[in-house]
Design a protein around this ligand. Structure first.
Ligand code: ADP
Ligand code: MG
Length: 697
C-alpha cells in the first residue's frame, strides 16, 4: 500500500522523481500532486482493438499487425526506410525518415510486426509515417490493452509511461485525501446541469474503464470529459471578467487626438484613401485613447482589410502625446514588414520607429534600449523579443498586438505589466484576422471591446480559386510560367508533408530544386522555418523587391506577408490543411490591382470532408462564411493537426467541440458572480492561473 499523500505534496515526494524530473514537471506547470490531477490527457490511443490492414481508414490512428514482405532504403528524394507488411487483407507501408541499422535489421522479411500510427491512404497504398511498432514473437501471445491509453501533454525527457505512473499516484492521493480536492461549483448548480462530480470525472478521464464508450471518449464527448471542459470554459470566462474589471479600474494616460495638421500629414503620406470602415474604426480607437481608462479593444478584420494603418494612426496619437508604443508581431518576418511600412508612413511626421528583434544586438541595440528606458517617444516594433527582461519602457502609452491568435492572454498581460508605471496602465489594441464568429469572440476575448473592419479596400479583385489534382500538375506549371511572363510573382507553398518541421523544410527545398529545373531562367527564392531570421528577412526582402519571380515556402508565410505584385499562389497538399489556414494563406494574394488566382493542388483521392473544404474555398473568399463552415465541418469530429484544435491555453476544452456549452457556461458564470462570489477565485486559480498569478507567463 502506498503511503497516503496530501494533494498539496510536491512531486518530489513521489517515487522516481528526482531533481531532474521535478524540473521537467515544473516546466509544464506541474508542481504538486494536485497539478498532476489536472494534467489531463489531450487524447487517447485505442490499442484495445487490432484492425486488419484492409480496414485501416485514412486519417485514423489504429493498431494493426502483419508480416514484413519487403524492407528497403529508398533514395532518391528524401532518404527513407520503407517497410511493407501484409496480413492477407491488404498491405501497409511503414515509412521512416529517421532510422538506424538496428531497425533495418529488425524489420527483416518474415518478421511479425505490430504497429500503431496514423494511417494515410492514397490511390494505391496505405502508409504510416513513423509508427510506433514492436516485433512480436510468433510463438507467444501478445495481449492487447484493456483500456484506452491516455496521451498526456509532455515535454522532451518526460515519457508517456512516466506521466501515466505519476498520474496513477495522484489519483491514489485523490481517493485518500478527502478534503484535498474541492468541488467548487455549488452542488445545486451542478445538479441543475446534470453533471458528474469532479472526482468521478477525473478518475474516468485519466483511466477510462474497459467498458468506456471508445468512440465517445476519442471524440472528447463523454459526460466526464464534458464536465471538465465545462468547468474549464467557466473558469476562462470568469478569469476574463475578473481581468476586465481589474484593468478597467486602472488609470491610463489620456492621449490627445492628433491635431488637424498631423492627421492631414499622415493621410497625405498614405498612397491610398482610407475606406469608410477604416475611418469608423479609427474614430472608435481615437475616442478610447483620449480617455483615462485603458483602452482594451480587439480589431477584427479579414486578411487584407487594412488593419495596420489603423494601428499606425493609434501610434501617432500616442507618440504625439509624448508616449511610447510597443507594436508586437508574431513572427520576425511580420515585424520586419511592419517596421518598413510604419517607417514609411511615419517618417513624414518625423516619428521615430525602431525594430527590436531577438537577433538585433551590438551598439545599435544598446542605444535603442537606452532610449526606450529613458522614455523617448517612439514606436518599437518587434516580436516577443519585446517581452525580454532587458527591454524596459520608460513611458509606454500604447501596446499594439498583431495577429492575436498567436499569443495567449497571459503574454498579452505580461506586456501590459511592462508599461505599468505607478498610477498608469497602457492602452491596448489587439488585431486579428481570425474570423471567429461573434459568440466565440465574446468568450475568448470577453475582456475586450470589439471593432470590425467589414470592408476591403476598393479595387480588390476577389481571388479566383481552382482545385486541381496533382495528376494535372503540368497545367499548374504552365500557369506559373504565364504569371511570371506577365511580370507577376508567385508563391508556391509546401505545407505539412509530416508533422515534423524538418521534413517540411526538406519538402520545400526539394520543390524549389524541381521548379528551378523547370524554369532555369527564373529566379526562385526559398523560405522556411529553419532559416536564420536574417536569412528569412533577406529572402523576403528579395521577393518583395521583385528580384525573385517565385517564392517557395512552408506555411511560415501564413500570416501578414504583404507583396501586392504577387498574383498567383499554389498550395500543395491543400487537402491536408484546415480551412482557417487555407484562408490565411490565400490572403497573401489579391493584395494589388492585378487579378489573382489560387491553385489548390491535392493528392487524390479526396476524403469527404477534404472535398467539402476545397469546395468552400472555391466558392467563397468571405472569411466569416469560411469560419462558420470550418466550425461545422470540424464539429463533426475531424481532427486537423494539433495546432488547429484546442484553444490557446486550454487544457481540455475545444471550441469546435464545446462551443455549444458556452451559453450555459456564461449563465453559470453570471450566477456565480451574483450568488457565489467566493467560488470565482478558486475556479480561476484551478484552471487559468499560473503559480505566480494571472498574467505572469
Ligand atoms: P491586414 O488587415 O491583413 O493586416 P494590411 O494592413 O497588411 O492588411 O493591408 C493590406 C494591404 O492593403 C497593404 O498593402 C496596405 O498598404 C493596403 N491598404 C490598406 N488600406 C488601404 C486602403 N484604404 N486602400 C488601398 N489599399 C490599402
Ligand atoms: Mg496584418
Amino acid at each position: 500500500m502506498p503511503r497516503a499523500r496530501p494533494l498539496s505534496a510536491p512531486t518530489r515526494d513521489l517515487p522516481g522523481v528526482g531533481p531532474k524530473i521535478e524540473d521537467l514537471l515544473k516546466r509544464i506547470g506541474i508542481h504538486c500532486l494536485r497539478d498532476l490531477l489536472f494534467h489531463l490527457p489531450y487524447r487517447y490511443a485505442d490499442r484495445t482493438r487490432l484492425l486488419p490492414i484492409g480496414a485501416l481508414q485514412s486519417g485514423v490512428e489504429a493498431l494493426t499487425q502483419g508480416r514484413v514482405e519487403l524492407c528497403q532504403v529508398r533514395y532518391p528524394g528524401r532518404r527513407s526506410l520503407l517497410c511493407r507488411i501484409s496480413d492477407g487483407t491488404g498491405a501497409l507501408t511503414l515509412r521512416f525518415f529517421h532510422f538506424n541499422r538496428a531497425q533495418e535489421a529488425q524489420l527483416q522479411r518474415g518478421a511479425l510486426i505490430r504497429c500503431y500510427g496514423l494511417a494515410r491512404r492514397s490511390a494505391t497504398t496505405v502508409e504510416m509515417i513513423h509508427p510506433e511498432y514492436q516485433k512480436l514473437n510468433a510463438e507467444q501471445p501478445a495481449p492487447l490493452e484493456q483500456t484506452l491509453t491516455p496521451v498526456y501533454p509532455a515535454t522532451e525527457g518526460l515519457s508517456q509511461g512516466r506521466l501515466r505512473r505519476l498520474t496513477t499516484e495522484a489519483l491514489a492521493a485523490m481517493r485518500s485525501d478527502a478534503g484535498g480536492l474541492e468541488e467548487i461549483i455549488p452542488a445545486s448548480l451542478l445538479r441543475d446541469l446534470g453533471m458528474p462530480l469532479l472526482r468521478e470525472a477525473l478518475e474516468y478521464v485519466h483511466r477510462p474503464p474497459p467498458d468506456a464508450d471508445t468512440a465517445l471518449m476519442m471524440q472528447g464527448r463523454h459526460p466526464c470529459q464534458q464536465r471538465l471542459a465545462f468547468e474549464e470554459l467557466l473558469a476562462h470566462i470568469l478569469s476574463l471578467r475578473v481581468l476586465r474589471s481589474e484593468v478597467r479600474a486602472q488609470n491610463a494616460p489620456p492621449l490627445n487626438p492628433p491635431d488637424n495638421r498631423l492627421s492631414e500629414a499622415m493621410i497625405g503620406a498614405l498612397p491610398f484613401a482610407l475606406t469608410l470602415a477604416q475611418q469608423r474604426v479609427m474614430a472608435q480607437v481615437r475616442a478610447d485613447l483620449s480617455g483615462n481608462r485603458p483602452m482594451m479593444r480587439l480589431l477584427q478584420g479579414d486578411v487584407g482589410s487594412g488593419k495596420t494603418v489603423v494601428a499606425a494612426f493609434a501610434a501617432v496619437q500616442a507618440v504625439a502625446s509624448g508616449y511610447q508604443v510597443a507594436f508586437m508581431a508574431p513572427t520576425e518576418l511580420l515585424a520586419g514588414q511592419h517596421f518598413l511600412n510604419l517607417g514609411q508612413w511615419l517618417s513624414a511626421l518625423e516619428i521615430e520607429v525602431i525594430l527590436m528583434s531577438a537577433q538585433s544586438r551590438g551598439s545599435g541595440r544598446g542605444e535603442c534600449l537606452a532610449r526606450m528606458r529613458d522614455g523617448a517617444p517612439l514606436v518599437a516594433v518587434g516580436t516577443h523579443a519585446l517581452f525580454q527582461e532587458q527591454v524596459k519602457f520608460g513611458r509606454l502609452g500604447l501596446v499594439i498586438i498583431d495577429e492575436q491568435h498567436r499569443f495567449g492572454v497571459h503574454q498579452r498581460l505580461a506586456l501590459l505589466r511592462k508599461g505599468e508605471s505607478g498610477e498608469s496602465f497602457p492602452h491596448q489594441l489587439i488585431m486579428t484576422a481570425t474570423p471567429i464568429p461573434r459568440t466565440l469572440a465574446m468568450t475568448l476575448f470577453a475582456d475586450l471591446d470589439l471593432s470590425v473592419i467589414d470592408e476591403l479596400p476598393p479595387g480588390r479583385q476577389s481571388v479566383r480559386t481552382v482545385v486541381v489534382s496533382n495528376v494535372r500538375r503540368g497545367e499548374v506549371i504552365d500557369r506559373v510560367a504565364e504569371a511570371c511572363r506577365a511580370g507577376r510573382q508567385v508563391y508556391w507553398v509546401c505545407p505539412l508533408i509530416a508533422e515534423s518541421e524538418v521534413l517540411q523544410c526538406q519538402a520545400a527545398i526539394e520543390t524549389r530544386a524541381a521548379l528551378q529545373e523547370q524554369f532555369p531562367h527564373l529566379s526562385i527564392g526559398l523560405l522556411h522555418g529553419r532559416l536564420q531570421a536574417r536569412e528569412k528577412e533577406r529572402g523576403m526582402q528579395q521577393f518583395r523587391s521583385g528580384a525573385q519571380d517565385i517564392l517557395v515556402a512552408t506555411t511560415v508565410i501564413e500570416v501578414g506577408v504583404d507583396v501586392p505584385n504577387a498574383s498567383l499562389m499554389v498550395i500543395e497538399n491543400a487537402e491536408r490543411l484546415g480551412l482557417a489556414q487555407l484562408h490565411q494563406l490565400r490572403g497573401r494574394v489579391g493584395r494589388g490591382r492585378a487579378k489573382s488566382d489560387c491553385v489548390l493542388l491535392y493528392q487524390p483521392p479526396l476524403s469527404g470532408s477534404a472535398r467539402a473544404r476545397m469546395e468552400t474555398m472555391r466558392r467563397t473568399t468571405d472569411g466569416f462564411a469560411i469560419a462558420e463552415k470550418d466550425l461545422q465541418l470540424r464539429g463533426a469530429g475531424e481532427l486537423l493537426g494539433a495546432r488547429q484544435t484546442g484553444l490557446q491555453g486550454m487544457r481540455i476544452a475545444s471550441f469546435e467541440r464545446d462551443a455549444r456549452m458556452i451559453p450555459r457556461a456564461r449563465k453559470v458564470a453570471d450566477a456565480l458572480v451574483e450568488r457565489h462570489p467566493q467560488a470565482v477565485e478558486p475556479l480561476v486559480r484551478r484552471w487559468v492561473m499560473t503559480e505566480a498569478g494571472i498574467g505572469s507567463v
